[in-house]
Ligand binder design. Sequence first.
Ligand SMILES: NC(=O)c1ccc[n+]([C@@H]2O[C@H](COP(=O)([O-])OP(=O)(O)OC[C@H]3O[C@@H](n4cnc5c(N)ncnc54)[C@H](O)[C@@H]3O)[C@@H](O)[C@H]2O)c1
Length: 313
Amino acid sequence: MRVVVTGGAGFIGGNLVYALLGGGWEITVIDDLSTGSMDNVHPATGFRRLDVRDPRTAEAIIAASPDIVVHLAAQVSVAASIEDPEFDREVNVEGTRLVAEAAVAAGAQRVLFASSAAVYGEPQELPLTEDSPVAPAVPYGASKLAAESVLAEVLRPAGVDFAALRFANVYGPRQRAEGEGGVVAEFASRMTAGISPVIFGSGTQTRDFIYVADIVSAIAAAASHEGALAGPGPTGPAYNISTGIATSVNMLAEGLRVALRYPGTIERADARDGDVEASVLSPGKAASTFGWKAAVELQDGLDATGSWFARQR
Ligand SMILES: NC(=O)c1ccc[n+]([C@@H]2O[C@H](COP(=O)([O-])OP(=O)(O)OC[C@H]3O[C@@H](n4cnc5c(N)ncnc54)[C@H](O)[C@@H]3O)[C@@H](O)[C@H]2O)c1
């Protein structure tokens, strides 16, 4: 299978490429290295350093003649999206349009897009399903939702199948501590450096934390599914990629303390404004449509993540 992975030099992209090259995928990575790193790019991939807003990206996708395009490249910082929503929109919406149009021109069969739980905004009900209301609270969530619509607009008339995979909170090796939403990476890098991690608020706030290998297996399952993924109906091609399990920040910190045998303290600070108190996403639709289910237990994922961070020092 020939696959183009945009954002393949990033945290999720690097894990995806390393895991799937072995499975016979022929991969071209397109990445501008704005937050990614060549350390994440396997030497056996074709690598093009390009911005997804650059027309040369379309040429590179067409030249690669992919069966599948996995579109991960994005402006990923919630804070940056608030500071500069126009830049966020350009990369996440217009970049997605360029990639989708190139996928059509390249004759690709399917596009898999990295969407986000941020499209839901403040949850009105738990667990969130693909039928839950979408009301993004930040420009990053709005641009991901708009990109989902762009995919439908460009790909449906062209008969190219697609799915918007709405990832929950992903953690694992290769994640950057300075990245957004990377609380596990932040805690792990602090603990390995002997610096106390800081929990904002009570630590009882929950998220649906999913280990990156489960994201990789979801993308692989969606890529090789034989039926169509972009079904009809309002939620058509959206799929939650999540565990369905609510994990508190306190549980995470404790799990990492065990993983890293961290002997120090964990600091507490005031809750941050606008933090969602509880979030968990039902993964049932992905299970029933393309037979995928998260398989990695939280402590196993934290152990593997902790070992990776410890090795980086
Ligand atoms: N990590 C999470 O918890 C999470 C949750 C939901 C959705 N996502 C989505 O998953 C995808 C991958 O995220 P990640 O966590 O691996 O982040 P990341 O920052 O590690 O990866 C993003 C990659 O895209 C590249 N990139 C950014 N702008 C680009 C541009 N204009 N042109 C070309 N390349 C560009 C970066 O250099 C980087 O390699 C993103 O679309 C993100 O929005 C991530």
